[in-house]
Design a protein around this ligand. Structure first.
Ligand code: TMP
Ligand code: ASP
Length: 234
């Protein structure tokens, strides 16, 4: 597999074409941003941790019957993935109150939700990823009813599979963000699944193993990324 032209550079990844039209080269960077790019920094080896954790969890999900864009891990910070047309919608699933949910509604961090809460955000940095409801997604034409229903069912399945997988490893999946795309009328889970895009706490102690360590200057960011990836790939 040969790396081709740079197609797109985001805050956490560089996406290149390859010699196969249907396959993209996703290179994970160490740069980190938070609060809509206001806070910037570097997390040493983050690209390696995020690529490795994504590869593992995509494989776990594929085994459970979730279609993902993942093909293989090419090197420590590169995944080969299926080329998709991405929907500009971020799907957030929450099991406990944290982050923007706590802030927006004045709720206590850590409260268990009575059922998983699904939220929709428009993926648009200039507009600061505004929250949407289901009607916005449909009426503004970001997804069809058929696609959205499918994506909602897949997100619920991802939550069940990853919650169980993490529980077996002494971890709790607090919330996470997913992005989906389409190729040849089939819908796939895309992007990444990493400590940047999930909140993961130690199941017994509540210790934070995700990007909140960077967002809120909790310290020992690298060692916690390393440890959570170690536990999830052991
Ligand atoms: P939030 O509480 O800040 O809305 O974040 C919810 C989840 O979504 C959390 O696991 C982090 C993830 N997330 C991203 O992956 N990208 C983003 O830009 C934001 C805001 C959150
Ligand atoms: N990823 C977003 C940013 O770069 C927000 C966040 O993760 O807190 O600003």
């Amino acid at each position: 597999m040969e790396k081709g032209e740079l197609l797109y550079e985001g805050k956490a990844k560089r996406i290149f074409e390859t010699d196969d039209e249907g396959v993209l080269w996703a290179e994970f960077k160490d740069s980190a941003t938070a609060f809509d790019g206001v806070k910037k920094g570097t997390i040493k080896k983050k690209g390696v941790y995020n690529a490795t954790m994504s590869a593992k969890l995509f494989a776990v999900l594929e085994r459970a019957g979730v279609a993902t864009h993942f093909e293989k891990q090419f090197d420590e910070r590169t995944l080969l993935v299926r080329r998709l047309e991405m929907f500009p919608v971020e799907i957030v699933m929450r099991n406990r109150v944290a982050g923007s949910l706590a802030k927006r509604y004045g709720l206590e961090r850590g409260t268990v939700l009575k059922k998983p809460l699904l939220e929709y955000y428009l993926k648009n940095d200039d507009l600061h990823d505004p929250m949407m409801n289901r009607n916005h997604v449909l009426v503004l034409g970001y997804m069809t009813e058929r696609t959205l229903s499918h994506v909602e069912a897949e997100a619920a399945k991802v939550n069940r599979v990853l919650t169980n997988y993490m529980k077996d490893r002494g971890l709790e999946l607090v919330d996470f963000k997913l992005e989906f795309g389409e190729r040849g009328r089939k819908i796939y889970l895309g992007d990444e699944i990493s400590p940047d895009t999930c909140r993961i706490w130690d199941a017994a102690t509540g210790e934070v193993f995700d990007k909140d360590r960077f967002r809120f200057d909790l310290g020992e960011v690298e060692s916690h990324y390393e440890e959570v990836v170690r536990r999830l790939t052991a």
